[in-house]
Design a protein around this ligand. Structure first.
Ligand SMILES: [Zn+2]
Length: 320
């Protein structure tokens, strides 16, 4: 997940550089594809307790997990204090001046140096906060967002550190890598693919939590499609949805499509040979390095709208 300060889809796209945006609507094919997943034999995990691990072990596990897979580039950081200083010290008279000041005031740091607050109550999700200058004028705000560098402020993770939250951290670290390069991921609907892929792969390597995390993601898939279905049905009676409702609808679409794409990619990876695994990781690295766009990567592995609707992918993942 990303910044909680933004609640408008156009602002969101402007900030992260997602282009050619079109609202994705559910169709019958997608509904029936998710229905097929619903009919699979999905285990339940009611009342299960995941053992706590110490913070030191938590960090070590995350670093070890990525060490053999990807190398990370530094990312932009701006604390609340840095932003306050920038605003208080300067007389700002135009958007361009604000952009120039802002873009030259962040620091480049290792992604592992972005501060973490262990506060989230949900045991299975994190959030990322991007530093922003808020403006009242909406037109100006959109213009500003499209020009700002991405500086992260903080990562919020579950209060209890476990093998599940190692995956949450892995998820957010991948967002840091991709979001800091506007335009690398061209579509909002592909923006969670790598994050969910690594979250699940991380769980797979910490074997005791793999099925648990996979089922969480499947359940989130069901709630995304439910939200979308309700919204779409509701729209027939409404002239115009509120900005916030539309934003939520698009976010559900993002999780729906990204999760299915991540499942397809994970299936290829886990059932692939050693050399397939290496080449997937190498290509991911080239996306992270800005040498290849996300759409080219997904096309190369045939992770498109048609292939992701095959419920046998999820079935295979459940049997691993
Ligand atoms: Zn995410």
């Amino acid at each position: 997940m990303e910044s909680e300060k933004i609640r408008d889809i156009n602002d969101y796209n402007a900030l992260y550089g997602y282009k050619d945006f079109k609202v994705y609507q559910l169709d019958d094919e997608m509904l029936s594809a998710v229905h097929d997943i619903y009919d699979l034999d999905i285990p339940e995990f009611n009342g299960i307790t995941i053992p706590y691990i110490r913070k030191r072990a938590f960090f070590k596990k995350t670093i070890n997990f990525f060490a053999s897979k990807l190398s990370f580039h530094d990312v932009g950081f701006m604390s609340d204090k840095m932003l306050k200083r920038l605003i208080n010290k300067n007389e700002i008279s135009s958007i361009d001046q604000l952009v120039e000041l802002y873009n030259s005031s962040g620091a480049m740091v290792s992604p592992y140096k972005i501060p973490i607050e262990f506060t989230r109550t949900k045991a299975f999700s994190g959030t990322l906060e991007t530093q922003l200058v808020l403006l009242d004028d909406h037109e100006q705000f959109i213009e500003l967002l499209s020009k700002l560098n991405i500086y992260f402020n903080e990562i919020f993770l579950p209060k209890k550190t476990t093998n599940v939250s190692v995956g949450c951290y892995a998820h957010e670290l991948i967002h840091l890598q991709l979001l800091s390069q506007k335009g690398i991921v061209e579509s909002l609907y592909d923006s969670e693919v790598f994050s969910i892929f690594f979250e699940l792969l991380c769980a797979y390597e910490n074997h005791d939590v793999y099925l648990y995390v996979l089922v969480l993601r499947i359940n989130m898939l069901f709630s995304s499609i439910n939200n979308m279905f309700l919204y779409q049905t509701d729209q027939k009676d409404k002239i115009e949805a509120s900005r916030y409702e539309l934003y939520e609808f698009c976010m559900s679409g993002k999780y729906l499509l990204s999760t299915l794409k991540a499942f397809s990619l994970l299936d290829k990876y886990l059932n692939g040979s050693y050399s397939t695994k290496r080449s997937i990781l190498l290509r991911m690295q080239s996306v992270i390095d800005g040498e290849q766009k996300m759409s080219e990567f997904l096309e190369h592995y045939d992770v498109g709208y048609e292939t992701i609707k095959d419920s046998s992918i999820t079935d295979r993942l459940l049997r691993l």
